[in-house]
Ligand binder design. Sequence first.
Ligand code: FMN
Length: 403
Amino acid sequence: MITHERDLSIDFCGVKFPNPFLLSAAPPTDDLDMVRAAFDSGWGGAVLKTTSVETESVDLVYPMMSAVHQDGARIIGLGNIDLISEHHIDVVEQRAATLKKEYPAHVVSVSIMGTKKEEWQHLVRRLEDAGVDVIECSFSCPQGSMGEEPGAMLAQSIDATERVTGWVKSAAKRCPVVIKITPQVTDIVKVARAVKNGGADAICAANTIPSLMGVDTDTLVPYPDVVGYSTYSGMSGPAVKPITLRTLAEISSHVDIPITATGGPVTWRDAVEMMLVGATTVQFCTAVMHFGFDIIDDLCDGLAFYLDEKDLAQPAALIGKSLQRIVGHGELRRDAKMVSSLIEDRCVKCDLCYIACRDGGHQAIKLDGQDRLPRIDTERCPGCRLCVTVCPAEALEMAKAPA
Ligand SMILES: Cc1cc2nc3c(=O)[nH]c(=O)nc-3n(C[C@H](O)[C@H](O)[C@H](O)COP(=O)(O)O)c2cc1C
């Protein structure tokens, strides 16, 4: 149960969320009992997994998951070859109606995908009738090809994005419409403008990153191995967070539209970072698939403590607050020289800083003393920070260069 008592509510397109955290369209929202369990554990909102019309066939393949692991850390990146929900609109509209009846204060959103104008509009009408709060449109489903290139995602076509957004918006009489895009484009700002020009109420940025998750060097088959063959996965989880942050920052710096973030958050701090670069709410998927619904307690507690610490009344006060700190490379100051500096009692003498600086930096670290402690030659050190990033013991930090 949530232990904090602070009001964490936030307004998103006129819909009140109890806190800025919700479940994204994915396996955790593809089953009625699972969404009930999520709501019972404190999640205030959920986007039910993408559904379509009854005639759309969804042909799933197993195994569908693989992951990037590193040094024993599990799921740095999660790859999936899942498709949209096997449950069509007839099932999902029932679920949405049931959830709204049982949990009237919770936000129920449904993700939809059509292939024709009539389908998109039909889905919108049925979900509005079922009582959902928000309609999210997946323009980034791997099988949703309505773009200009065969096989391309809808959001990879600027024209199609604007046109289909307009169709959905003209059918929606009550619910805010959110368009879920893909970060896999050359210019995300153009896509976001197309979403805005099409009339959408908000944008969901972004989604998984098309990836090849690895290759089994014994069998030569890439992952996941489906009877000797594989295909490209969508990668989610912590590995994609920096791409999400860049996507959010670019959109919110150029297009005036509310954003719900997706892609990489695990902790409350990840979510705060996303809000600081423009997100109003933050969606979670991989973190829940890894650690379960109960992470909502830490998310809410962490956010509450952070707001207290920063003396901020509401989560909304965070939105976009770091954007002004992002400038062009040419505008960054060149006159504040920093150098790396050792915190001696933390050093574990692993030599990694020395090796990295010797072979990949500026040969500014020496190991010539009896004690084997790294010594920084502040004349040679330009302050590139490579040594800080490789140190496993946080024994190096940046400091002002000696005068
Ligand atoms: C197995 C799996 C299935 C997914 N299915 C959908 C889907 O049906 N519709 C959709 O819009 N996004 C889908 N997603 C994407 C997630 O909603 C989310 O945007 C993505 O995983 C990035 O967030 P994360 O890093 O928190 O996982 C799926 C993700 C996973 C891992």
